[in-house]
Design a protein around this ligand. Structure first.
Ligand code: TYM
Length: 326
């Protein structure tokens, strides 16, 4: 069987973009792929400075995956830091990776443009190398991600090719990104890509009151109730589209175009739809969060499960590169 691998940074609670773009597709893949998913704490550490927040985020993310149906009997779910060898592989990859490749990374360029000195640390510069190590250390076949990670997957293939050429026998496997078109870029409440750093997120499993409040904060133009509205250029409609049936969507579209509907109505419809969808998962989530020991047990079992793969790949790489006792 082929192997699916993906990661999510422990920088807070997952948002709707994480859920639709990665968590949901990743969990679906557990049916047909051997699945390895992890919490990317080392990547979070490029910005996170609060250890309690790091641990809490790791548990929230774990509870999210379990609440949405990740089955620990089938899939491995674990902490990135439980496999410290990824930092070893990252170093080895660093030694065949040109500065120029890393300087072209979108995330690095954006951080540099923002010019916050704390953001332009060495870890952030080397971020794609660590991510490549995350993927390559498990001989991964496919990597379910949102569109913003495609460049990182291209860089991963680039680094694997370089190492394989420089050190015959390393035999790193070239992975494939899996991106689902309709949810490749989930919009936030301001219509831009949903992202924690844009402060425009919806938290899918927030209590109903909070979820409703987040929906009501969606930014619209200033058309009044009777004005015909353009659904193709509206964040509420774009989000509704991700949950509604074709009939429901057609109905909302008619209401927009006919001007018999205010944005408030559309937001309320979106809230109702999402709340209905997420309520059973929210109940699972709250139950899981009340039992942190179980979450920690799942994480520990996950890292034990992936360890043999890591040892095999690292043995190949160490031996090909001439590290350690022959
Ligand atoms: P992170 O934590 O930023 O996001 C986790 C996943 O969510 C996807 N995503 C989105 N998808 C659609 N619409 C959005 N608005 C949206 N926002 C986020 C991301 O594409 C991602 O798939 N570098 C990674 C974590 C990582 C990783 C890995 C991923 C570390 N090592 C190895 C795959 C393989 C990141 O920061 O994701």
């Amino acid at each position: 069987v082929k192997r699916s691998l993906s990661g999510i940074k422990s920088t807070g609670i997952p948002h709707l973009g994480n859920y639709l773009g990665m968590i949901k597709p990743a969990i679906e893949l557990q049916e047909s792929y051997e699945s390895f998913y992890f919490v990317a704490e080392y990547h979070a550490l490029t910005t996170e400075r609060d250890p309690a927040a790091m641990r809490r985020s790791t548990q929230m993310i774990t509870a999210y995956f379990l609440a949405f149906g990740l089955d620990p009997a089938r899939a491995a779910f674990f902490r990135q830091s439980a496999i410290p060898e990824v930092t070893e592989l990252a170093w080895i990859l660093s030694c065949v990776t040109h500065m120029g490749l890393l300087e072209r990374a979108h995330a690095w360029k954006a951080a540099k443009d923002r010019g916050e000195s704390n953001e332009t640390n060495h870890g952030l510069f080397g971020y794609p190398v660590l991510m490549a190590a995350d993927i390559l250390i498990y001989d991964s076949d496919v990597v379910p991600v949102g569109q913003d990670q495609i460049q990182h997957l291209e860089m991963t293939r680039d680094m694997a090719t370089k190492l394989n050429l420089a050190f015959p026998g390393a035999d790193l496997k070239l992975p494939q990104a899996l991106v689902q078109k309709e949810v490749a870029v989930v919009p936030g409440i301001d219509g831009q890509k949903m992202s924690k750093s844009y402060d425009n997120i919806i938290e899918p499993l927030a209590p109903p009151k909070a979820l409703r409040k987040q929906c009501m904060k969606i930014i619209t133009d200033s058309k009044s109730l009777e004005d015909p509205k353009d659904p193709t250029n509206d964040a509420t409609f774009a989000l509704y589209k991700l949950f509604a049936t074709p009939d429901e969507l057609a109905e909302m579209e008619a209401n927009y175009r006919g001007g018999n509907y205010g944005y408030g109505h559309a937001k309320e419809a979106l809230f109702q739809k999402m709340n209905e969808y997420f309520t059973p998962y929210r109940e699972n989530y709250e139950r899981l969060m009340a039992d942190p020991d179980t979450l920690e047990d799942v994480l520990e079992a996950g890292s034990k499960r992936v360890r043999p793969v890591v040892e095999e790949v690292m043995e190949r790489v160490r031996s090909a590169t001439g590290l350690g006792r022959p």
